[in-house]
Design a protein around this ligand. Structure first.
Ligand code: PLP
Length: 659
């Protein structure tokens, strides 16, 4: 594997790029100092040159240095994410362009809450949103509707919350709109949506409209009112606001609209726990989060989803959203987004509509591998030629259908190789933000459209359209500079992601070799076929049928790979992670298949444990995130994949011998 192309982009496990890093950082630090001095060059230094002579000054500086030394000394116990010996969680070495951009921008301390506090980086953030939107294939041309927009969040968790916040706004807006029309006793022309029956529409119809339809309903109604009641002014909009669920709160809203049930949010059983938290934060209640079973490939079971939708339709239970995961946190698997969309279309024709969000916190950047330089989508055939196994038709179709969903979460601080604090939220229709703020979008109408694209201008007061308030502009700078150095297409950023997929294929093959090597003594299994660059295994000693014994065996091996308080990360040969397949998240059939594959007694893999010595509700797995650029072979011919497999073999044999 030729990895030379990666050399300029990372600081490197040995700090190989130390010279460049230091040179550029010093250059830009000095440049920052000149900037300070040149704001008003006539101003004299505020801190006197004599200040440093005072004992208090010297003491304060000494204290600062002592504490900083203590800090950096203790930080040596940090987890060495940069090392190819780290194959645990979703982080790795950082990309230099972003890292330097973030460090340097911090000196300028821009606050991306609004243009007034971040004259440069708010625009960069919106450009990054656009770059991500384009990577997923959304329309970003503001002269066409719907036009996507995106921005950065502190991470995937907040981006997921934001999808729920956006969706609630759209779901119940029509109800408030009709209430306002009724309470002001307005007579609207028959042409208004729903065949002119807007006011007669029932609650079910009003809460089962697509986002585009909600927004056009809003637009049409406002237009009709402006014509029929030119003197009404803002009164109508105020009245709508007064009737919204966000204003009155859910308790009053539901009691004012009898027959309206609490909405469900559907996620696969493999969903990240942020969805659980999100339901609580939003006040929907985590009981309303429905976990769809996953199939034996650890992807959302589309037949199970259909059953849930059928049931919801028959009982008039509204569904706010169905979430598909592009790269599950625990297994790296990819839900069939294209099939979720097909079901959405099918059910919306029957009157049950819901929004689709893709949680691509982990796998979002995979889309860069299928994006041509001209922005078009690569064919599956062409994509296939670049790999040995990846991407299956299912995975390819799923990733390339993201362009049709309502919103997406992506984490630059995961597969984007950027420092923590960088998540992203992309929405297919930027007009949905009109529902999030009382301030009308005239900010942008006042602008001279010929100067800047409206997409860049409209969100100047970014804080009004997003969940967060004050937020670092440095993160936007990091993401922007990275996307400029390595555009999000297959020749640039996609190439970096491609190496991780190819290394994963290599890792996969080496695991199969190890499986063969130890087959007389232990059964090494991949409990599902990996979809991406996250690979889980389970190892069962030959002859063992007990699930509790299997889990104890895995735990013994994992003791040597895990980060714990009783040993230093640097004493680890390799650092891995673990996960589990929970019985409650999988189907009967799948549980049976797993037990057969591993040779376990199936009656002891249970949802509720009664007998701790015999039964377990989970199968523990060793989990490997394959994203370090230097895993497969570095320039010295070091192959950490082989080293890891050898190490794993020695651990397995050691614990088999203890038996
Ligand atoms: C990591 C992850 C999240 C949460 O993102 P944070 O950046 O940790 O807040 C959500 N969903 C998925 C699928 C993830 O992998």
């Amino acid at each position: 594997m030729n990895l030379e192309f990666l050399a300029p982009y990372f600081l490197g496990p040995y700090g190989e790029n130390n010279d460049v890093f230091e040179k550029v950082l010093t250059e830009l630090l000095r440049d920052h100092i000149y900037w300070r001095r040149n704001i008003h060059p006539e101003d004299l230094p505020a801190i006197s040159t004599f200040a440093s002579q005072s004992p208090e000054y010297q003491q304060a500086i000494a204290k600062m240095r002592t504490e900083l030394h203590k800090l950096t000394a203790s930080l040596k116990q940090s987890v060495p994410f940069f090392s190819p010996r780290y194959i645990g969680h979703m982080c790795s070495d950082l990309m230099m362009p972003g890292l330097i951009a973030q460090m340097v921008t911090t000196l300028y301390n821009p606050n991306n809450v609004s243009f007034e506090a971040a004259t440069v980086t708010v625009d960069l953030e919106l450009k990054v949103g656009k770059q991500f939107a384009e990577m997923f294939g959304f329309n970003t041309d503001p002269t066409k509707s719907p036009c996507a927009w995106g921005h950065l969040t502190s991470g995937g968790t907040v981006a997921n919350y934001e999808s729920l916040w956006n969706f609630r706004a759209a779901k119940y807006y029509p109800v408030a709109l009709v209430e306002a029309v009724k309470s002001l006793e307005l007579k609207l022309p028959n042409s208004i949506i729903l065949n002119g029956k807007l006011v007669d529409a029932n609650l079910w119809q009003l809460t089962n409209l697509s986002i585009d339809n909600v927004l056009s309903l809003k637009h049409e109604t406002e237009k009709a009112i402006a014509t029929a009641y030119p003197d009404l002014g803002d009164k109508f909009n105020e009245c709508v606001e007064q009737h919204r669920i966000e204003t009155v709160g859910p308790a009053y809203f539901y009691s004012n609209h009898l027959g309206l049930k609490q909405p469900l949010v559907l996620v696969p059983g493999s969903a990240h726990y942020s969805w659980q938290k999100g339901m609580r934060v939003m006040g929907f209640g985590s009981d309303q989060l429905i976990k769809i079973p996953v199939h034996s490939n650890m992807r959302l079971d589309i037949d199970a989803l259909r059953k849930i939708l059928d049931n919801a339709l028959s009982k008039n239970i509204p569904i706010l959203a169905c979430v598909g995961i592009l790269g599950t946190t625990e297994f790296g698997t990819v839900d069939p987004i294209h099939k979720i969309l097909e079901l959405r279309n099918e059910f919306s024709a029957k009157g049950l509509d819901f929004y689709v969000h893709v949680d691509a916190a982990w796998g979002g950047y995979l889309a860069s591998m299928f994006r041509e330089e001209d922005g078009s989508t690569m064919s599956h055939g062409k994509a296939k030629k670049m790999f040995k196994y990846f991407p299956s038709k299912e995975v390819f179709n799923s990733i390339t259908s993201v362009k049709d969903v309502d919103s997406v979460t992506i984490d630059p601080h995961k597969l984007g190789y950027l420092p923590f604090g960088a998540g992203g939220f992309i929405s297919r229709n930027q007009d949905i933000t009109d529902l999030l703020t009382q301030e009308a979008p005239y900010v942008f109408e006042e602008m001279d459209k010929s100067v800047e694209t409206p997409a860049t201008k409209q969100f100047e007061k970014l804080g009004q359209y997003i969940l967060e308030g004050s937020k670092p502009g440095s993160v936007a700078a990091a993401s922007y500079v990275t996307n400029q150095v390595l555009p999000l297409n297959y020749k640039n950023f996609g190439r970096v992601i491609r190496q991780s997929l190819k290394t994963s294929e290599y890792f996969f093959d080496k695991l199969l070799e190890l499986k063969d090597k130890i087959k007389g003594r232990a059964n090494l299994c991949l409990p599902y076929t990996p979809d991406t660059n996250l690979i889980c295994i389970v190892i069962n000693p030959v002859g063992n049928k007990s699930i509790t014994y299997l889990n104890d065996f895995t735990k013994q091996i994992y003791q040597h790979l895990k980060i714990s308080r009783d040993s230093s990360p640097k004493d680890r040969e390799f650092i891995g992670s673990s996960t589990q397949i929970m019985r409650k998240n999988i189907s009967e059939n799948h549980a049976k298949e797993l037990c057969e594959m591993l040779g376990l007694q199936e009656q002891y893999f249970v949802k509720d444990v009664q007998n701790r010595t015999l039964e377990s509700d989970r199968i523990m797995l060793l989990r490997h995130t394959i994203m370090n650029p230097w895993l497969a072979n570095d320039t010295n011919g070091n192959d950490y994949v082989v080293k890891y497999c050898d190490y794993l073999e020695s651990l397995i044999l050691r614990y088999l011998d203890i038996e």
